[in-house]
Write a protein that binds this ligand. Structure first.
Ligand code: ZN
Length: 410
């Protein structure tokens, strides 16, 4: 899986949100998922068939809209000889702008972040977004070990899915097996058996977890002191040992223990997600205090630095709801840009050159506008959520827009 930047993810999520809000007048929005292994020509053949089938639709406007959508998709597919590495998703349909008859065909082509597994053609009143939404769900991978003196269970947590891999038993004798043996000798045997068991647990952990690319962390849990003995004894492969992010006390072992562990570790997992964001904001704050020439904040200052190519990292809050508007005067053609916080209403301005009316020519979210400037100058773009105190502060104290600079640019 290729690494997706926070900006790419943000853009895709925004697009999905937008597509989710769209609805056709009839069953006339087409969704097409083409897996990487599928020939474009195959998909084209299928679309031709669907086009033919659509001729039977009774409603004249629905029939026309479905066929127009299919035609639009075919035109877009012609641009591809073979599907991109992860396949291709196309959404197309007549989206109402106002009263009946105001619909316009909109077509969206998406190269998904992960391979598409199944070919889908759907025609519905909404776009079929479940597969792409599933791809965007958090998919970080964690290794889980639940152990006590008698058993160890290994599992993998991927997004919300849990795979229980195996349970091994220890053979370490319990206290009730002491029989007539001397307590000291028996204690020694138990320690040896436990040591062997921990070594086996580590071997199994290595087998299950070491090869996982992007393993975000390992969480260990179990009843009693065994889990700590295991962790403190450094039995795990050093690469795995360094990834242990939490040790949790549990009431259960084996499979129920795994589910208990996930519940207990939820807060920890969430924290791990947000640590990167926190660190980025902390880096900015640190510079602000120590060498404030290396930072910029606020929309205008940051835009100016971006235009000069002086920005190394642009941090933008995902919580910003502002738009950058390009206005054009209807009388003299004078153009200007301004930022507004209003999502829906189309605004107008009075021309400062001739007093005529200026209408909106173009509108972009401020995040998109600044991110584009950043990309043009190869600055790193980080979209920061408002889920951490740092993220909230970024939005409330700095308007959600700050930058770390490459060099001091007076
Ligand atoms: Zn004018």
């Amino acid at each position: 899986m290729s690494k997706r930047s926070s900006l790419e993810l943000y853009r895709l999520k925004k697009l999905i949100e937008e597509l989710e809000s769209k609805e056709g007048r009839g069953t006339e929005l087409v969704s097409l998922y083409i897996p990487p292994g599928r020939q474009i020509a195959d998909a084209m053949n299928n679309l031709r068939e669907e086009y033919g089938t659509a001729a039977n639709i009774k409603s004249k406007s629905t029939r026309k809209n479905v066929q127009d959508a299919i035609e639009s998709i075919m035109q877009r597919l012609k641009l591809f000889k073979i599907p991109p590495p992860n396949g291709l998703i196309v959404f197309s349909g007549a989206i109402p702008r106002g009263p009946p008859g105001s619909e316009k065909i909109e077509t969206y082509v998406i190269e998904p972040p992960e391979p598409i597994s199944i070919y889908y053609y759907r025609c519905d009143s909404k776009f079929f977004l479940d597969p792409i939404k599933e791809m965007l769900a958090e998919k970080d991978i964690y290794g889980l070990i639940v152990l006590d003196r008698s058993s160890a269970t290994f599992a993998i947590l991927k997004g919300r899915r849990v795979d229980i891999l195996e349970t091994i038993t220890s053979g370490v004798p319990g206290k009730h097996d002491a029989g007539g043996q001397s307590a000291r000798r028996f204690q020694r045997l138990i320690e040896l058996a436990a040591h062997d068991f921990y070594k086996r647990v580590a071997e199994h952990a290595e087998k299950h977890f070491l090869a996982i690319e992007n393993l975000k962390g390992i969480i260990i849990g179990g009843p009693g002191p065994t889990k700590n003995e295991f962790y403190n004894g450094n039995y795990l492969h050093y690469q795995l040992q360094s990834k242990v992010i939490s040790i949790e006390d549990l009431g259960y072992t084996e499979e129920p223990g795994v589910y208990e562990l996930i519940e207990k570790a939820k807060e920890v997992l969430k924290d791990v997600e947000l640590i990167r964001e926190k660190n980025l904001v902390q880096e900015f704050l640190g510079l602000l205090v120590k060498s404030s020439n290396y930072v910029a904040y606020g929309e205008n200052e940051v835009r100016e630095k971006l235009e000069k190519g002086a920005v190394k990292i642009l941090l933008i809050s995902a919580g910003i709801e502002k738009y950058r508007i390009k206005y054009k005067c209807q009388s003299c053609g004078y153009e200007k840009e301004a930022t507004i916080a209003n999502k829906h209403d189309f605004s107008r301005e009075t021309c400062e050159k001739c007093g005529g009316i200026m209408y909106e020519e173009e509108r972009k979210s401020i995040i998109e506008e600044l991110a584009k400037l950043a990309e043009e100058t190869k600055a790193q773009v980080e979209i920061i959520s408002t889920e951490t105190s740092e993220g909230k502060m970024l939005l409330s104290s700095f308007g959600g827009i700050v930058a770390i600079l490459r060099y001091v640019n007076e």
